[in-house]
Design a protein around this ligand. Sequence first.
Ligand code: G3P
Length: 214
Amino acid sequence: MALFLDSADLDAIRSGMQLGIYSGVTTNPGLLRDIPREDRLDHLGAIAKICRKSIYAQVELQAIAKMEREALTLVEVAPGRTIIKVPMSPEGLQLCQKLRSKNVPVCMTALFSPSQVFAAAAAGAYAAAVYVGRLFRKGEDGTGVVRKAAEILRAQEMQTRIIAASIPDIEALNTLMTIPGVDATIPASLQEPFLQHAGTQEAIDEFKKLSSKK
Ligand code: G3P
């Protein structure tokens, strides 16, 4: 599983990337909402300078031709390592094919069902982002949807990566990590529970005491 950081916060990205556990950063208009529109490209550029790995940048919802122009601008933020996120819709799938024909990798996003993941893969998406936490909030089995989608892609020998997004907690992340062929993007707020445990802290405190003993 490749792990991504779902954040547009430069400090969180700086400290997160130093850990060596992330394969890149995923963003979306929600995460960039506090950045004025005219500054967003520069902000993504700043993210790309801090994160030397993959950057996921999402197009705004508008007419296909405009989304395509925006995608071609976004991909220049970090050529060769920018993946364009496109929200799922008939237009989004059309855009996915267009961008694919120009060798621009696409992540179809805001997916809530295995059949949508299949559609994204069939349209040539490099990745497909499933909103796990939002599925749970709708009373559905978020990790179950990812498991089924991953089984379908495997059965159909489709290479599209599934990115589990909107991850609610570590329990969901642990379940997702058991599913072959699935990546995950986690909010900065999950980083601490991902890495820490009360037992580790107790052991560290004990080691500190021992180190200070002469
Ligand atoms: O990457 C998707 C994510 O940012 C949406 O998460 O927590 O708003 O469902 P959430």
